[in-house]
Design a protein around this ligand. Structure first.
Ligand code: KE4
Length: 431
């Protein structure tokens, strides 16, 4: 018996009159998994409650930020206290300095940074900086990696492998997209070959070094070596988009997990503790190109505002306590191991891939190493799996190309609930 969602249905009909698809971000529309998007009334700890009173163990974590769990008492208190002193001044504050110092402590490669209000703003600004600093227009990205809705990054591979990109969205000018080259993730030889042909034109390589937007995929050592080679041989800047992996793949992000020092890093999600914050930063000599020091312009009315920095500082100070992050990663590993055991016992064609506190269950008969592998997964089965998990009270990302996120508030009871639900959903979705 499915859960009833009459209030979500009614709200969806109202919402669709005033917002495209009734949502403020496309993935929320549940298009990939069917059913209707659930309107959430509140969230607390590891749980969401929808407007019809149905309660779920949350594995979306608002796409990453809720690493402490929802409505964490200290974060809510910090936001309330800050709000009483004013919500935005459009002027520098001590909190921005404190927050930047905490980010630099956890991400030593970020010697200097600029705060913005979203992950998209962070990546958009980082590639503008790379172009400005190198005086080159070319950009390299990888199929399946998502970096926010930046015109130059909504680009798919052109007809020929080494040809420049084509728009991957309406409204992106072909004249802009052509400056973006796209390769397969983990294609070390393709990267070397592309640079051999066009290295002098390329300002940067931007990547999710551990991906989340085609599910969790780890890079091969060869791929990381090729990145280092093209940086040293051609002077291209390496930009790690850690909007998702920051404080998630590892406390110090993918760069700590992989022991690789990027030239620039983009952060978002967790860094704002659930409020709108993005960060881009890295080598001081590069950040000196940013206005008002240099000629690369970037600005934002609400950048570094008091509420977001209060939430961010509180979140990071709790997260960096000794053993705190490791405990969440340990919980995530228990979920991974439990899922793998169920897959083996039921002889299901599925694999689980994890990095730190983020994981993906792919309906695939082999490890997923790039976007072609991710596309070859059984996404119809994932849709059935998603709906059954929802019925069983577990809220998964509504797409097979996403990552699940675990919080500090997921404990033994939540692990047991997730695995019991998965056992049912694996069996029923197989039919
Ligand atoms: P925002 O502009 O949504 O804050 O960040 C864009 C972004 C940039 N880089 C990476 C690696 C990201 O994962 C994201 C946003 N991630 C998606 C989830 N796949 C956010 C969910 C959504 O689009 O609604």
């Amino acid at each position: 018996m499915g859960l009833s969602h009459p209030k979500s249905q009614a709200l969806l009909e109202r919402a669709q009159q005033v917002m495209p698809g009734g949502v403020n971000s496309p993935v929320r529309a549940f298009k990939a998994v069917g059913g209707i998007p659930l309107f959430i009334a509140e969230a607390n700890g590891a749980y969401l409650t929808d407007v019809d009173g149905n309660r779920y163990v949350d594995l979306v974590g608002t796409w990453g930020p809720a690493v402490l769990g929802h409505a964490h008492e200290a974060v809510v208190e910090a936001i309330c206290n800050a709000a009483q002193r004013g919500t935005s001044f459009g002027a520098p504050t001590e909190a921005e300095v404190t927050m930047a110092e905490v980010v630099r402590e956890l991400f030593p490669s970020i010697e200097m940074m600029r705060m913005v209000s979203s992950g998209t703003e962070a990546t958009m600004s980082a590639i503008r900086l790379a172009r400005g600093a190198t005086q080159r227009d070319g950009i390299v990205k990888f199929e399946g990696c998502y970096h926010g809705h930046v015109d130059s990054l909504l680009v798919k591979a052109g007809s020929g492998a080494a040809s420049f990109g084509e728009p991957d969205s309406g409204g992106v000018p072909a004249d802009l997209a052509k400056h973006t080259l796209t390769l397969a993730f983990n294609d070390a030889d393709g990267l070397r070959e592309l640079f051999a042909n066009k290295g002098a034109e390329i300002s940067c390589v931007i990547l999710e070094a551990i991906t989340g937007n085609m599910g969790v995929i780890l890079p091969t050592p060869e791929f990381m070596e090729a990145l280092e080679e093209v940086r040293s041989q051609y002077g291209a800047l390496i930009i790690f988009d850690e909007v998702m992996t920051g404080f998630r793949a590892d406390l110090g992000g993918a760069q700590a997990y992989l022991n690789f020092k990027p030239d620039l890093t983009c952060l978002g999600k967790v860094v704002g503790g659930g409020l709108p914050v993005g960060v881009y930063g890295g080598r001081k000599d590069l950040m000196h190109h940013i206005s008002p020091l240099g000629v690369v312009y970037q600005a934002g009315t609400l950048s570094g505002n008091p509420l977001a920095t209060a939430a961010g500082i509180t979140t990071l100070n709790i997260l960096k306590q000794p053993g705190f992050f490791e405990k969440i990663a340990e919980t995530t590993a228990k979920i991974e191991d439990g899922l793998k055991q169920l897959i083996a016992e039921g002889n299901h064609q599925a694999v689980v891939q994890r990095a730190g506190t983020m994981l993906t269950l792919f309906f695939s008969d082999k490890p997923v190493m790039n976007f072609d592998d991710a596309k070859a997964c059984d996404h119809q089965r994932f849709a059935r799996f998603h709906q059954i998990m929802l019925r069983e009270g577990v809220y998964l990302p509504p797409s097979g190309y996403e990552a699940c996120f675990v919080s500090a508030m997921h404990g033994a009871e939540e692990i047991d609930h997730i695995l019991r639900a998965a056992n049912i959903a694996l069996a029923e979705s197989a039919e």
